[in-house]
Design a protein around this ligand. Structure first.
Ligand code: NAD
Ligand code: TDX
Length: 339
């Protein structure tokens, strides 16, 4: 199978590229990525030495570029990770979120229709369901929970999901959608909570906790998300949505304190700052459907995953220090010039 992975130079997409190359020796992967600030080609350095992998720089919302890529590569399947993914940035400047996340999805699906009704998987998020109250631990998101978004980011992801379902109903495009909870693990861009707190704590900088730090997220190790997408791509029912999450709810402040303990840094680094606008209180996924239909269960506990993640950031300082300093932007010239 030849899979077009969009957004493969980002956090989850790159983990997915490595997950698939490791497990499927006969598969080929083409990665389409615009290399926005969130894309880092050095993450794909070893994949680029693999003859089964090809990197193409391009925008999923660019009709001509996407058409040319489909014409030359003729993929069997598309997994769309490409997105503007940071809630805070969407609050500052929403427009690019609508262009990439909604129009980009439309452009990819139109190419899938044109080149033979290609299998399409949309990587979505639990944020499309809005949030849950902190005092109702019995409530969780199921696939039938109504869409009810809070931020421009989640609204753009929800808009894309609706379009994906419309392409199934209207054109019979063979689609699936996964809605996963918060991921953590290697190659996570240090603007998001866990890598930001690790990198700032290591530099003895203040750790900005929004509001009272009691907001809850449901954390999943990134490899478990890759496993879920792989199962959905190969065995999922066409037209269906699958929630992905591992029942691991943690408050932000508990995560920050855990990171500090592990790094041997003082809690005095914690600084409570102004809350995020429209800040979602709690996310919690009910993964019953993907477990029952596809046998998926998370393999990594949070206790193991967070230690592996912190150790990865300790062992790969250059990766995130180059991002913090801006040096990583030069990797495109260095790595891509060889192709
Ligand atoms: P990321 O920001 O780390 O990576 C996004 C990648 O997409 C980058 O490599 C970027 O260069 C690329 N990109 C952005 N705009 C593009 C465009 N117009 N054309 C081509 N490439 C473009 O994001 P992530 O955290 O890896 O998230 C990947 C996907 O998973 C997103 O769709 C996100 O909504 C979804 N998701 C993320 C999480 C999470 O916890 N991080 C949870 C659930 C779902
Ligand atoms: O500096 C910070 N301080 C802080 O308290 C940052 C960056 C975050 N936070 C809080 C806000 C959230 O309650 O931590 C929590 C997690 O924040 P993010 O890492 O920005 O993630 P979140 O907003 O939950 O969204 C993530 O999960 C769902 C991803 O970024 C999305 O792409 C995904 O869809």
């Amino acid at each position: 199978m030849k899979i077009l992975v969009t957004g493969g130079a980002g956090f989850i997409g790159s983990n997915f590229v490595y997950y698939m190359l490791d497990r499927y020796p006969d598969d080929q992967i083409v990665c389409l990525d615009k290399l926005t600030y969130a894309g880092n080609l050095s993450t794909l350095e070893s994949a680029m030495r693999d003859p089964r992998f090809r990197f193409v720089r391009g925008d999923i919302a660019d009709v001509q570029a996407v058409d040319a890529l489909f014409a030359s590569e003729r993929p069997d399947a598309v997994v769309n990770f490409a997105a503007e993914s940071h809630v805070d940035r969407s609050i500052e400047d929403p427009q690019i979120f609508l262009v990439t996340n909604i129009l980009g999805t439309q452009v990819l699906m139109d190419a899938c229709r044109k080149y033979g009704n290609i299998r399409y998987h949309q990587v979505s998020t639990d944020e499309v369901y809005g949030d849950l109250p902190l005092d109702r631990p019995d409530l969780m998101f199921t696939e039938t929970t109504p869409i009810h978004t809070s931020s421009p980011y989640s609204s753009s992801k929800a808009g894309a999901d609706l379009l994906v379902q419309a392409y199934y109903r209207t054109y019979g495009l063979p689609i699936t959608i996964s809605r996963c909870s918060n991921n953590y693990g290697p190659y996570h861009f240090p603007e998001k909570l866990i890598p930001l707190m690790i990198s700032r704590a290591l530099a003895d900088e203040s750790l900005p906790v929004y509001g009272d730090g009691k907001n809850v997220r449901d954390w999943l190790y990134v490899e478990d998300h890759c496993d879920a997408i792989d199962r959905i791509l190969r065995h999922g029912r066409i037209g269906e949505v699958y929630n992905v999450g591992g029942h691991n709810e943690m408050s932000n402040i508990d995560i920050v304190k855990l990171i500090l303990r592990r790094l041997g840094k003082p809690e005095s680094l914690i600084t409570y700052v102004k809350d995020r606008k429209g800040h979602d209180l709690r996310y919690a996924i009910d993964p019953t459907k993907i477990h029952a239909e596809l046998g998926w269960l998370p393999k990594t506990t949070f206790a193991d995953g967070i230690v592996k993640t912190i150790d990865w950031y300790l062992d790969n300082r250059k990766w995130w220090q180059d991002i913090v300093s801006g040096e990583y932007r030069k990797d495109y010239q260095r790595l891509y010039a060889q192709k």
